[in-house]
Design a protein around this ligand. Structure first.
Ligand code: CP
Length: 325
């Protein structure tokens, strides 16, 4: 099939499955993607041609180390390739409208991976794209990060049964993705931080409904001791995420009592791990002692970005373009 007829065929095939937020995968699909990630991690050779002749384009409005490197490497190690377009200086939609960008890119590429300031930009790209759009972080969600994080927990504990994850600090994009994925997998999630920086009410309602169905809980509060008690994972992120730099000083004050230090870790389960999506501000949201301690799994999380990204690329290709190899 040549590129023109393939593009036409894609446009006739509806609807396109995207991965814009964690809600785009059912609980079964989430487990399927995590199982696939574990399989590609265990046997890289078996998957080395899965994306042969497939290409992805990566549009990034914000800086990245982990997400960019691991998506590029994932595409290459699966037999495909990635093209990066830096949008840090000119936001998506500034030079030409997002719908036009999508309708160019979907003629050439098999998937669009985008890191944007706004979730709405992702939604607009997706609306006009005949190939899947994958969220590589927006202000609302970071679903690819959550895949790697729950894969890390599965590896560490062997199962999700009875696990509680305590998230300390700003209920940012990472926190929202953890909040949605955890209850789907049966993991209880407890978010603690200043009330003004808590999770979005609609997301909280949805996460609680899922938790109720799956026999786990979702808690939100300001008491760090209560949140961390009984947790198998203590997770934090920077107090000022990308895009909120103007609030850095006020956030430093607001979050001063939400630093993860050794005393906080002692309140969690004895076997508890420390998690962070990175980059970290040592001395702010986490002490150097904790992030460098044997409990810390931050580089396992970073490693698992690669395997999680391979899995979501395979899943999106199969769902949208049929069997990848
Ligand atoms: N955690 C994460 O997304 O890292 P990068 O910003 O470096 O991609």
């Amino acid at each position: 099939m040549n590129i023109h007829s393939e593009a036409t065929a894609r446009q006739q095939r509806a609807p396109v499955r995207h991965f814009l937020s964690d809600a785009d995968l059912s609980a079964d699909e989430l487990r399927e993607v995590l199982d696939l990630a574990a399989s590609v991690k265990a046997d890289r050779g078996r998957f080395r041609r899965v994306l042969q002749d497939r290409s992805i384009v990566m549009l990034f409005e914000k800086p990245s180390l982990r997400t960019r490197m691991t998506f590029e490497l994932a595409a290459a190690q699966l037999g495909g390739f990635a093209v990066f377009q830096d949008h840090r200086d000119g936001r998506i939609g500034q030079r030409e409208p997002a719908p036009d960008i999508s309708r160019n890119l979907d003629r050439w590429f098999d998937a669009i991976v985008a890191r944007t300031f706004s979730q709405k930009t992702l939604e607009l790209l997706a609306k006009w794209s005949s190939v899947p759009v994958i969220n590589a972080l927006s202000e609302s969600f970071h679903p690819c990060q959550a895949l790697a994080d729950y894969l890390t927990l599965l590896e560490r504990f062997g199962s999700f049964d009875g696990l509680k994850l305590a998230y300390v600090g700003d209920a940012n994009n990472v926190a929202h993705s953890l909040l949605h994925c955890g209850p789907q997998l049966g993991v209880s999630v407890s978010i603690c931080g200043p009330a003004a920086y808590g999770p979005r009410p609609d997301d909280l309602v949805k996460a609680r409904q899922v938790a109720e169905r799956n026999g786990c809980t979702v808690e939100v509060g300001e008491d760090i001791r209560q949140a961390v008690q009984g947790a198998a994972a203590v997770y934090t992120d920077v107090w000022t995420s990308m895009g909120w730099e103007a609030e850095t000083q006020q956030r430093r004050i607001a979050f001063a009592d939400y630093k993860v230090d050794s005393a906080v870790m002692r309140l969690a389960e004895k076997r508890a791990v420390f998690m962070h999506c990175l980059p970290a501000q040592r001395g702010a949201e986490v002490t150097n002692a904790v992030i460098e301690s044997p409990q810390s799994v931050v580089f396992d999380q970073a490693e698992n970005r690669l395997h999680a990204h391979k899995a979501i690329l395979i899943k999106m290709m199969e769902d949208n373009h049929g069997q990848a190899s």
